[in-house]
Design a protein around this ligand. Structure first.
Ligand code: CFM
Length: 456
């Protein structure tokens, strides 16, 4: 029986369609990217979260202004569930900008308040190069014309003021927010500036958000092959980087859930091709470097980089592999990292007993199912009651997930690694893989688990 109903889901039998046990030779994709069933306490984020928190927020030199109730702006203030770093450390992610809509504004409209807020924020931070305005649920409901307000304000302050109509309720998850951010950045920013010089070796890294500095270990590998990174979308990006991105020769697409939209738009308008890559683990990173190198005729350079980078980490990776061999892991990520990381677990000799995503689409699940072993559980958008049942039932040695699930794992005595904002990362490419392996090893072999009574 490929689809299965967890014990805890008896009151919401619709969840069966989202829960699949892998059987070889079969590729049944569990139901995904659909509206959450009423009664299911989903862990999904909203459209605004995907637009502002994931794609827009990492842009380092603009004011990120949340047009809505103050609660929606909570995570903008340095809290750092998502640690996308930038080199603009004095400003970026240090302040919270919001119109803080009150009842009267909701009754009489918030356009004036928004206009005033843009001018006031810019007056206090005149060094910024733009303002991003994000509409929350309430703005969609009362119908403020944020496009018009942004246009007016931009004329007054002389820098771009960009409206994102990313009302939380618009999509079934944060995924639509990624799409909206891609569309808006493409429409309003990309192509509005020309670089001083272009080279035949210019690339953009698309879909990396510099979590704990991922980009700062990714970029040197491409640079060592003789490539120049024109723009990163959007980790550590300035608005000018994005404006000039259309002049690159290749878009290297890492996160394949949050960015295929802009890659396709740039391909259509500027004939800029894109290449999907995975920049996690030895095998996948090496393939990525080889693929990109062959596009530019830099194959020899790629081999040099791969050889020296792999040599640096291999002895330690071999050690961790010995220590971790046969350990069982359950991976729950937003979407693509679930399939990116199945390979990494194999590289460490571990067995993936289950994988889940919060907002994966069919293509994410196809990749998971192709990579995961027979009998493994694949579940879409699991809630914490389901996760509890899975952790107790499957007894994995390790749970890789995010902050929302961390303490559930701890309470059940299951070793845990934060795969979203990392433990002691970054986790990308070769040096990051070593850190990932180290964190996994540290948690799995920590003596504390033996002290917990009633361990799952
Ligand atoms: Fe892309 Fe991401 Fe992810 Fe994502 Fe995310 Fe993330 Fe993620 Mo957390 S952009 S889809 S919305 S790789 S924040 S850096 S780790 S859920 S799998």
């Amino acid at each position: 029986m490929p689809l299965t109903l967890l014990e805890c889901d008896k009151p919401i039998p619709e969840r069966e369609k989202h829960t699949y046990i892998k059987k070889s030779g079969e590729c049944i994709v569990p139901m995904c990217n659909v509206q959450t069933t009423p009664g299911d306490l989903t862990e999904r984020g909203c459209t605004y979260a995907g637009c502002m928190g994931v794609v827009g927020g990492p842009v380092k030199d603009v004011i990120h202004l949340v047009h809505g109730p103050i609660g929606c702006a909570f995570y903008t203030w340095g809290g750092g569930r998502r640690q996308n770093l930038s080199d603009n450390t004095q400003f970026h992610r240090k302040y919270c900008f919001s119109t803080s809509m009150q009842e009267a504004n909701i009754i009489f409209g918030g356009e004036q308040k928004l206009h005033k807020a843009i001018l006031e924020a810019y007056e206090r931070f005149p060094d910024v190069n733009g303002v991003f305005v994000y509409a929350t649920c309430v703005i969609g409901l009362i119908g403020d014309d944020i496009n018009n307000v942004c246009k007016q304000a931009s004329k007054e302050i002389g820098v771009p003021v960009i409206p994102f109509s990313c009302e939380g309720f618009r999509g079934v998850s944060q995924s639509l927010g990624h799409h909206i951010a891609n569309d808006v950045i493409f429409e309003h920013i990309v192509g509005t500036k020309e670089p001083d010089e272009v080279t035949p070796y210019d690339i953009n890294i698309i879909g990396d958000y510099n979590i704990q500095g991922d980009l700062w270990i990714i970029a040197p590998l491409f640079e060592a092959m003789g490539l120049r990174i024109l723009c990163t979308f959007t980790g550590n990006a300035s608005i000018d980087d994005l404006a000039m991105a259309h002049r690159a020769k290749l878009n290297v697409m890492h996160c394949q859930r949050s960015t295929p939209y802009i890659c396709q738009l740039m391909e259509e308008k500027y004939e800029l091709p894109y290449m999907p890559v995975s920049l996690f683990g030895i095998e996948q990173t090496s393939k990525a470097l080889r693929d990109v190198a062959s596009f530019f005729g830099l194959e020899d350079k790629a081999e040099e980089v791969i050889e020296s980078e792999v040599a640096k980490i291999l002895p330690e990776i071999e050690y961790y592999k010995e220590q971790l061999r046969g350990k069982r892991v359950f991976i729950y990520q937003g979407a693509p990292r679930a399939w990116h990381w199945i390979k990494l677990m194999e590289e460490l000799g571990m067995e993936v007993v289950g994988a889940a995503t919060t907002f994966g689409h069919t293509d994410d699940y196809e990749k998971i199912i192709e990579r995961i072993g027979d009998g493994a559980l694949v579940i879409d958008n699991p809630n914490s009651v389901e996760l509890r049942e899975i952790l107790i039932g499957y007894k994995p040695d390790l749970f890789i997930s995010g902050l929302k699930e961390k303490f559930l794992a701890y309470k059940l005595g299951v070793a845990f690694v934060n795969g979203h904002s990392y433990e002691r990362g970054p986790y990308a490419v070769y040096s990051g893989f070593l850190k990932f392996a180290k964190d996994i090893h540290t948690t799995i072999n920590h003596p504390v688990w033996k002290l917990i009574e009633g361990r799952a």
